[in-house]
Design a protein around this ligand. Structure first.
Ligand code: SAH
Ligand code: SF4
Ligand code: F3S
Length: 472
């Protein structure tokens, strides 16, 4: 039993990162049994779930769609906002019920919520039917924990150590067309509202050659796109002995045969000119940048610990727009941070008007236990915050539609990913600039990059039809 510890999770020492081989248990004890895996949160969690699925299948299990059919249930959780917690605890109610009839079902909770001291204790004391709690640093131990699971006992293994880097991880990738590739784990930015530096540990870059070899392998297997993942990709390499940074990595990946490269998330602080140049230079680096603004008020940015001013953000934004042809830029914005006045909020709206973002994810501030912002004085009533969020969303949607309208009657390259959920007669895919397009095209084009003529535009998607054979 190892419980998470907030104080330890906060620590950043000079302890050297170890690069380890990922242990993988192959065993047929669970042959023919079924697992149910549900993922909350960001792309990093989606990718972690691909590792979890691989671990479960190496124990002989197969996936199932219904909770009730499962022999093993795994929830890979997210802690970013309170509503993420609520969803998981809500779902646990269903599982508790299920366990009454089927006590032999093994229930496992992983992900960022398990890394929280308060949550782990709550699971320990109030949810005894949960068998296994594993952390983001302990995913590789899940197989062993399941093999040793005892239906009458709870096993919690959550390390709050700064973390090592595991290489040669086995994934059961969700797609055969696009793939996630971790480049840097953890985060050292400690934005005052954010739980991630505590749940994901310190910044740890993978070695450049390991990343490039993973991408080469994916390209050889026929993958069309990779997304390089990090909480803050432009921090890549700063912790390595080798003198490399994100632009070097991006260039090395661009020189592989992979047709499309994306990366997420970029921090506006320390986004160098060299990075912009590399994005502009290589046609297989997609002209799309997710650049979280968080707030347009310098006072609030400072309270958030974001390390840039409104002016610096706008200057960087403009430089990207000037130097990267056709670039699309989206953002994240938090509304109602402690101390945010109407004037501060109006400044955020002004930045949105200046930047005319392609898209924005907007959030109400949610206090996270253990973070500095959770202790800051917050006097704005919730109704006022919600009203601000509505106003912001109206503006954001206006620009989203305006940007999409620019695509009308244009021909754009689209990587087709599958059959459209809304209309089974259409396929869906993404432009190089990350616009969702519903396309009339034959299904044998799934997995191909084709030219699409845009016939209609909406706020969050485009409609189009295939005009010719795929681009080389
Ligand atoms: N690493 C990324 C963001 C990860 S979290 C980055 O630095 O940009 C994704 C988004 O969730 C953040 O950009 C922020 O807008 C939002 N977020 C994080 N913590 C939050 C909190 N406590 N309340 C509300 N939104 C939050
Ligand atoms: Fe959170 Fe800030 Fe790190 Fe992003 S950069 S994960 S917002 S602490
Ligand atoms: Fe959530 Fe953890 Fe990602 S808190 S957003 S799953 S890093």
């Amino acid at each position: 039993m190892q419980l998470p510890n907030l104080k330890k999770a906060k620590e950043r020492t000079n302890k050297e990162v170890k690069y380890e081989e990922t242990p993988l248990i192959t065993n047929n004890k669970f042959l023919g049994k079924k697992y149910f895996l549900r993922t909350y949160g960001c792309q990093m969690n989606e990718h972690d779930s691909e590792q979890i699925a691989s671990i479960l299948e190496h124990l002989g299990m197969e996936p199932c769609e219904k909770l009730e059919e499962a022999d093993v249930i795994v929830l890979n959780t997210c802690a970013i906002r309170e509503n993420a917690h609520d969803k998981v605890f809500g779902y646990l109610g269903r599982i508790k019920h299920l366990k009454k009839d089927r006590p032999d079902v093994i229930v496992c909770i992983g992900g960022c919520m398990s890394q929280e001291e308060g949550v782990a204790n709550e699971l320990l004391h109030r949810h005894p039917y949960v068998n296994i709690v594993f952390g983001t640093h302990n995913i590789h131990e899940l197989g062993k924990m399941i093999l040793e699971a005892d239906q009458n006992k709870q096993d919690i293994e959550v390390s709050s150590e700064e973390g090592n880097v595991f290489e040669h991880v086995n994934y059961k990738r969700a797609s055969h067309i696009t793939a996630w590739v971790n480049i840097i784990y953890g985060c050292d930015k400690f934005c005052t509202y954010c739980i991630v530096p505590y749940t994901r540990g310190k910044e740890r870059s993978r070695k450049l050659e390991e990343i490039v070899s993973e991408v080469e392998k994916l390209a050889a297997e026929g993958y069309q796109e990779v997304t390089l993942l990090g909480q803050n990709v432009n921090a890549y390499g700063h912790d390595l002995k080798e003198n490399v940074e994100f632009s070097d990595l991006l260039e090395a990946v661009a020189q592989t045969k992979i047709p499309r490269i994306r990366f997420v998330t970029s921090h506006p602080w320390n986004f160098t000119d060299k990075m912009i140049d590399i994005i502009a230079k290589y046609p297989n680096v997609m002209p799309y940048i997710h650049l979280p603004l968080q707030s347009g008020s310098d006072k609030i940015l400072k309270l958030m610990g974001r390390r840039y001013t409104k002016e610096e953000y706008i200057a960087l934004f403009k430089k990207m727009k000037e130097r990267i042809p056709n670039v699309a830029i989206s953002t994240d914005i938090i509304v109602g941070f402690p101390g945010e006045t109407e004037e501060d909020f109006l400044e955020t709206l002004e930045v949105v008007k200046t930047c005319e973002f392609d898209g924005a994810y907007t959030f109400l501030f949610s206090p996270r236990e253990g973070t500095p912002a959770a202790k800051m004085k917050d006097e704005t009533p919730l109704e006022e915050k919600e009203e601000r969020l509505y106003r912001l969303n109206d503006l954001v949607n206006f620009y989203s539609k305006q940007n999409n309208d620019k695509y009308l009657h244009k021909t754009v390259p689209v990587l087709l990913l599958g059959v459209s959920e809304k209309d089974p007669n259409k396929l869906y895919g993404y432009t190089d600039t990350m616009k969702l397009v519903n396309v009339i095209a034959p299904s044998n084009k799934i997995g191909k990059i084709i030219d699409v003529y845009i016939t209609d535009t909406k706020s969050f998607s485009l409609d189009g039809e295939m005009i010719k054979e795929e681009t080389p």
